[in-house]
Write a protein that binds this ligand. Structure first.
Ligand code: SAM
Length: 252
């Protein structure tokens, strides 16, 4: 794993449930470091395994193909990077970038257990200041990460910058549903399924960030506008799961 020599700021306590103040980068990093050991199990339980379906759709929409060089930004424990690596084989290469060393350690362990080893380089880095040349990648994915960036427009500008002209990024994330019933369902799910599950595992504070982060995150049409504002030439948002989440597909 390549380690970014830039020291990260001192971690702070996670925000309280219902806190609408956007957390700092250091808070987000510390939070994902703490939940790294349980993150995969939680995703699996809370989505009933459906997150794999949505992640496969994101990989397909990214346009990744054999021989490509691809980026999985905010890769966490590596689900999307591992899927991308299968998609670009033979001959392709994937970079998984995240600023949480604990998430990257889990990702690296998972990859090392696969045979043949997937062609993935794990890199600790900041999505807001990527250590890649302009026009490096043939395709990119970003799963449930854009919502956590402290500067979403800057994250989109960096994503665009490192893509080759004509290449696509597929950005999968929750957002507030436009339909009132689905909005109520999402609130019910977060309050009565996710938070109690986190409580039982002693992770109340760690998972309190999700509801406010979803509330703050822009809906599909606004994501499209942000992508175009960041310089992408084309952008479209595909809603998934009844509008609880979606994939923004943006072309450089
Ligand atoms: C909800 S997790 C998603 C992980 C993975 N993509 C997935 O779909 O399971 C969000 C990830 O974004 C990372 N992250 C947030 N802000 C970041 C930044 N500025 N630079 C790099 N990684 C960041 C966190 O460390 C965390 O691993």
């Amino acid at each position: 794993m390549t380690v970014d020599p830039t020291p990260m700021p001192t971690p702070q306590a996670p925000p309280d449930r219902g806190d609408t103040t956007p957390p700092t980068a250091a808070t987000v990093q510390a939070l994902f470091d703490r939940i790294a050991p349980v993150y995969d199990d939680f995703n699996q339980q809370l989505s009933l395994g459906l997150h794999w379906v949505w992640k496969r759709m994101a990989v397909a929409w990214s346009g990744a193909a054999p021989g490509h060089t691809c980026l999985d930004l905010c890769c966490g424990s590596g689900d999307l990077a591992l899927l991308l690596a299968r998609q670009v084989a033979p001959g392709g290469q994937v970079w998984g970038v995240d600023f949480s060393p604990a998430q990257l350690a889990v990702a690296q362990q998972r990859a090392s257990r696969q045979w043949p080893h997937p062609a993935i380089t794990w890199q600790q880095g900041d999505a807001l200041a990527l250590a890649f040349e302009d026009g490096t990648f043939d395709a990119a994915t970003l799963g449930y990460g854009l919502r956590n960036l402290t500067d979403i427009p800057q994250g989109l500008r960096e994503l665009r910058r490192v893509l080759k002209p004509g290449a696509r990024a597929a950005v999968l994330d929750f957002h507030p549903p436009s339909h009132g019933v689905m909005r109520q369902f999402q609130r019910w799910y977060l309050d009565t399924v996710l938070v109690p599950t986190a409580d039982r595992c002693g992770l109340t504070a760690e998972y309190a960030y999700i509801a406010p982060s979803v509330d703050r995150f822009p809906q599909g049409d606004c994501q499209v506008a942000l992508a175009l504002g960041a310089g992408f030439t084309h952008a479209v948002h595909y809603p998934l799961a009844g509008g609880l989440m979606g994939v923004l597909v943006a072309t450089r």
